[in-house]
Write a protein that binds this ligand. Structure first.
Ligand code: C5P
Length: 303
């Protein structure tokens, strides 16, 4: 099946834990993490075209060749050798410079969308290999669900779904640059090193309290996100079982075991912060949710 256009949803992620376990010769950091997809989605529409365009209605993110969506499209066409193009529109809903992998979700969404649009039938491992060259979080954005993620973000192990819970995610007004956060980590290190193995075992045992006890983020102290402690205090005061920053920041989230308490905490935090999201765990990665089939023009028959 090939399509004229497809609509793709690509979920944001949270880090249920993030540890830095080493530095690689290329300057990247070896990480140990548990990542969780949430039901906050980038919505992409991809339409066949002879050129390559990107539109981001209402977003300040530049639509240039540094954009992960453009990088993903170029990498896809290069890998497949297809002489084709695409018009991409992205309704950006995931906050930027948040540590929620919105840019990686866009890249994953484009790869999945183009694969369907042109019926290319690339496997998940091929898509992950193409995606890893675009951004460290792209393989997870493709896989989604709950994963233990190691290496630079490219070694993924799928875990069972995380225990039932609610997340209240708060994005402060100032975001964080990921390269800057890692540079600062090299200078100051971290007193926090979460036990990701213990968290994996808690998830396998469907134990939310155990998951929360093993939570933590080694980038929290070096990210430069000054509001993190205040937001965490507010989340904790409103009943979060655990709270922490996600990725390299600046978004901070609390975990709740009941919807009512989570909704109440979200309402309270909205009094102080403009970007507050009440989310649930999501079980998949970037996915096509709608396709308009390609109708081929009928060939004229002789006579
Ligand atoms: O790959 P991505 O573009 O998401 O990473 C942004 C920056 O974060 C990299 O340029 C690098 O400085 C830093 N990084 C790192 N170690 C990782 C992932 C990212 O140092 N595992």
């Amino acid at each position: 099946m090939q399509y004229k256009s497809v609509t793709v949803l690509a979920p944001a992620k949270l880090n249920l834990s993030l540890d830095v376990v080493g530095t690689l010769p290329n300057g990247y950091h070896a990480l140990d993490m548990v990542m969780q997809s949430i039901d906050l989605f980038e919505k992409l529409t991809l339409t066949r075209s002879e050129g390559l365009t990107l539109t981001l209605p209402g977003s300040f993110v530049p639509a240039n060749d540094k954009n992960t969506a453009i990088k993903a499209a170029l990498a896809f066409f290069q890998y497949t050798g297809l002489l084709a193009g695409v018009d991409i529109t992205i309704q950006k809903r995931v906050p930027v410079r948040a540590g929620m992998a919105g840019g990686s979700a866009d890249a994953a969404g484009v790869l999945v969308g183009l694969n369907a649009l042109y019926g290319a039938k690339l496997s998940m491992s091929e898509l992950c290999a193409i995606g890893a060259a675009i951004g460290a979080d792209v393989p997870f954005a493709l896989m989604g669900g709950t994963c233990r993620v190691q290496g630079v973000g490219d070694f993924l192990k799928a875990l069972p779904p995380c225990p039932d819970c609610w997340f209240v995610v708060v994005m402060p007004s100032v975001g964080v640059s990921t390269p800057e956060a890692f540079k600062q980590y090299d200078v100051v290190g971290s007193p926090v090193h979460p036990d990701c193995e213990q968290q994996e075992q808690a998830i396998r045992a469907d134990d939310l309290r155990g998951l929360c006890a093993a939570a933590g983020n080694a980038l929290e102290h070096c990210s430069g996100a000054v509001e993190t402690p205040v937001i965490r205090q507010l989340l904790d005061a409103h009943g979060a079982i655990a709270s922490q920053m996600t990725g390299s920041g600046a978004a901070v989230f609390g975990l709740f075991d009941g919807e009512e308490q989570a909704a109440q905490a979200a309402a309270e935090l909205r009094q102080r912060y403009r970007q507050v999201y009440l989310c649930r765990p999501d079980r998949g990665g970037a996915r096509v949710v709608h396709g308009r089939p390609l109708v081929r023009k009928k060939q004229k028959t002789a006579g």
